[in-house]
Design a binder for this molecule. Sequence first.
Ligand code: NAP
Length: 310
Amino acid sequence: MVNQSKLGNSNLVVNPIGLGTNAVGGHNIYPNLSEETGKEVVRTAIQHGINFLDTAFIYGPERSEELIGEVLKEEGRRESVVLATKGAHKFVDGEVKFDNSPAFLKESVESSLRRLQTDYIDLFYIHFPDKTTPKDEAVGALKELKDQGKIKSIGVSNFSLDQLKEANKDGYVDVLQSEYNLFKRDAEKDLLPYTTEHNITFVPYFPLAAGLLAGKYTKDTRFEDGRAKNPMFQGEEFLRNLEKVEQVRKIAEDKGVEVAHLVLSWYLTRSSISALIPGAKTPEQVQDNLKTLDVELTPIEIVKIDEIFQ
Ligand code: NAP
């Protein structure tokens, strides 16, 4: 297993197992989150060699960035971490809209810098496309910020192939972040081939399918957050999904590893995927996900896992 990977054409190098932090201060995503636990999650990550942290303005909103900023300051570890954040959400009369205009993106970077208590962001993503801004202009604004040293690399997220092509007209995009996991493999049709061809790192979000691929849910598990309304976690579809996880468990048991680590290591065999950002709600989950680095899949195991989810 590779222990370090480079992000796109940038000079940034990360441990392939990073940390997704929408459960760190993400009160608008998960109810009843403890901020202290969230800070401990981040602290545990950086103390155990995770150096790729993924946050966004909208997680909280604002609180995830603020808590991460506090931990990095308390630990004195800003320099050893590759810090990724995202912007595009704009509150207009209490409603959320997306804005990719150069002015708004520049404003977003400034406010993220303040919340993160830093003077540079390693990777800044346009979180969602808006309907009007030409994507190369939006990325052009980020290139200016990169030239000024305020950000070190450029990412886009939730972009279609056409939007990505437009964004990358000048070859400035280093990272694409999109939903991808064993249950949701649409990206294999177009986004993964494009990113591979253009040396853009593909960072999949929901790698554990919001916990389903961690292998611990049963038919009796009930959810109190957004998952309660997600068909993947309800009725017949949930049962079918659990059955697939059981098939993965057989392979994991034969290998003497756990489902989550088998699944995470499978993604790292895909072209253009070299870094993952599984989310964690506890320090134990953070440490547990690092065990992925010890898993080496055989070609046969790679195919078998693939086939379960075809
Ligand atoms: P995920 O990584 O698929 O699943 C994370 C969940 O799996 C955890 O909250 C936890 O849930 C469970 N889990 C994690 N590690 C585990 C372990 N070792 N053992 C057992 N259970 C474990 O989903 P996600 O956190 O929503 O997504 C990952 C990251 O992607 C986010 O944190 C965020 O940074 C990013 N993201 C980006 C976008 C975007 O639009 N760009 C959208 C969504 C997410 P339970 O404890 O509840 O079971």
